[in-house]
Design a protein around this ligand. Structure first.
Ligand code: ATP
Ligand code: MG
Length: 446
């Protein structure tokens, strides 16, 4: 069904395409769920072998499972949250002309030898292995080389430019230390977009557009106010690259923030020259710890030169393609959000990231159960995402699980409430409780 709709959508106007696409996504993300049907369980105590708060909370609440240090499985609730983060990024990448693809994780040695990055001294995070015939292959830590090589099949002339392929993929990096839970994985999710432009001028225009799309992503993820476009070290083709750094006590990076200009400087380029370039004074900056949630980089012709990705201009001369790379870490962001939106009772997801909007709690006898079944159907029919705790366990456990999981609302149906014809709706983030009739409930939630 999904395939049919997408194919049909492609024939339509771009706007319709987006509409069809979001309908399909919304449809698939609304997985109706009863707790009795969920194979995972919450735990009363945080895991003993985990030091990062984000991983402790997410494991305890049944969102992720630790395979080994820096390697995590996404369980049903965690998978929904990760998908919601990914969908926000996807929408913003499509809005700037991105074409979604999925590159391979297994990488050929010669592709990377062409750029010099097969060497472990140049790229020190490689996981390498061998095929049955003995030849060496690597697990992709990033994708500049294979994509540049692939684009040689499609970029021949100026008419084939620009191109903005991107993907969501698990990257493999043999990180030295992995003690920050989802924030530094040895395998982790990355969105990586690569821009292929005819020249620096058109590259610069897209680079700025991408930076703005990133701002929108962080705004939608609820961390816009604490995320700063940060000047970081560049390469041969640009003096600076830009990171997007989110202020956090557990951040591994140090940045210097200029609040009025909403920018920051990474410690690695914090010197008189950058202050001069940006026209700011040391005294205007505040030092903070931060987490790098994204990174945009002008690659120039570094990879197109190495892998000979050239195009013919209108006058017939040949030029290397001018490239850029644009990364975001969806799994790092999931860890950051888990840690940022939390209190002593557990997770506190923002509504657009939460796996479900409502946690339905049925307390009491048959009547309350019948009413719960009924309101579950009414709410899901109008598109409200409900996780229905239909288990035969103490009410206290249901409330505790609802809080630990960080579902934005808990909705209680009980024999006592039924006598008054009301439901009790409690907001997770502030504990505010309201008694509502069914009509009022529907008006509030849908
Ligand atoms: P860092 O400086 O934190 O090591 P990086 O500069 O190597 O990251 P990039 O190669 O630019 O990161 O990757 C793009 C994005 O992927 C980063 O901005 C970050 O959000 C995310 N990311 C990078 N490494 C990891 C990791 N080990 N675990 C989770 N997310 C990561
Ligand atoms: Mg970095």
């Amino acid at each position: 069904m999904g395939t049919y709709s997408v194919a049909y959508g492609q024939k339509c106007h771009c706007f319709l395409y987006t509409l069809y696409f979001s309908v399909i996504i919304n449809y698939t993300s609304k997985i109706i769920m009863r707790v009795s049907n969920l194979f995972t369980k919450t735990s009363k105590t945080p895991p003993a072998d985990e030091v990062a708060k984000n991983a402790q909370l997410l494991i305890q609440a049944g969102y992720i499972y630790k395979e080994m240090a820096g390697v995590y499985t996404y369980l049903p609730l965690g998978k929904i949250v990760l998908d919601k983060i990914i969908q926000i990024i996807r929408e913003e990448m499509n809005a700037i002309g991105g074409n979604e693809i999925s590159l391979t994780a297994l990488q050929a040695k010669d592709t990377w030898e062409a750029s010099g990055r097969w060497d472990d001294k140049v790229m020190d995070v490689w996981f390498k292995t061998r095929l049955a015939n003995g030849s060496e292959v690597g697990l992709a830590p990033t994708h500049e080389e294979p994509l540049t090589k692939l684009m040689k099949d499609f970029i021949k002339s100026y008419r084939d430019l620009p191109a903005y392929p991107y993907q969501f993929q698990i990257k493999f990096r043999n990180e030295l230390r992995s003690k920050s839970g989802l924030m530094r994985g040895r395998e982790f999710w990355m969105k990586d977009l690569y821009s292929f432009s005819p020249d620096r001028e058109s590259h610069d225009i897209f680079y700025e557009k991408a930076a703005q799309a990133y701002e929108k992503v962080y705004q939608r993820l609820g961390i816009g106010d604490i995320t700063y476009k940060t000047f970081a070290s560049g390469g041969s083709f640009s003096k600076y690259s830009h990171e997007f750094q989110t202020i956090s006590e557990v951040g591994e990076d140090k940045v210097y923030i200029h609040e009025a200009k909403r920018i920051a400087i990474n410690e690695e380029v914090y010197n008189d020259e950058v202050l001069n370039d940006l026209g700011i004074e040391k005294s205007e900056l505040i030092e903070k710890k931060a987490v790098e949630v994204g990174n945009i980089f002008t690659l120039g012709t570094k990879f197109s030169d190495a892998l000979e990705l050239n195009y013919a201009t209108e006058d017939g001369s040949t030029h290397p393609v001018f490239m850029g790379s644009y990364g975001i870490g969806p799994s790092r962001i999931m860890g950051l959000l888990a840690e940022y939106f939390a209190d002593d009772k557990g997770l506190v997801w923002p509504e657009n990231i939460a796996p479900y909007k409502v946690y339905l709690i049925s307390i009491g006898g048959e009547e309350a159960k019948a009413m719960s079944d009924d309101i579950y159907k009414v709410l899901t029919d109008v598109g409200v995402e409900v996780l229905y705790d239909d288990r035969d366990v103490r009410a206290g456990q249901k409330f505790a699980d609802s809080e630990l999981m960080g579902i934005p609302y808990s909705l209680t149906v009980s024999d006592r409430l039924l006598e008054t014809g009301n439901f009790e709706l409690c907001q997770r983030k502030n504990g505010e409780k309201k008694l509502l009739t069914q009509d009022q409930l529907l008006a509030t939630l849908s």
